[in-house]
Design a protein around this ligand. Structure first.
Ligand SMILES: [Zn+2]
Ligand SMILES: [Zn+2]
Length: 104
């Protein structure tokens, strides 16, 4: 989030620029663009994020989180790309939210 140095209002991204209602504008830096643009579909995490938006109760399982050592996790299955491929299991640590693909 960027703020206008003239009036303090929030700058809105428009045509590769940040614009303020007071008339102030400046070019988007690459760093700022990352904050506003939706990540491309080449990002493997996109599959996980889609599942995040579904408000479903996920089954729990016993895990060992490699980040925090937590032992309770949620799991779900995502059918990736073509139906010919085996579905991928994802696991999320209930403690720290760390998410990874299950190997089995
Ligand atoms: Zn302004
Ligand atoms: Zn964890």
């Amino acid at each position: 989030m960027e703020f206008c140095p003239e009036c303090g209002a929030i700058l809105l991204p428009m045509n590769k620029k940040l614009k303020c209602k007071c008339g102030y504008e400046r070019s988007l830096s690459d760093e700022v663009k990352d904050q506003y643009e939706v990540k491309g579909e080449t990002n493997p995490k996109a599959e996980v994020i889609v599942t995040d938006n579904k408000n479903v109760a996920l089954p729990t399982t016993t895990i060992t989180c490699y980040k925090c050592g937590g032992t309770k996790g949620y799991w779900w299955t995502v059918q990736t790309r073509s139906a010919d491929e085996a579905p991928t299991n994802f696991i999320r640590c209930a403690k720290c939210g760390n998410t990874w693909r299950s190997s089995n």
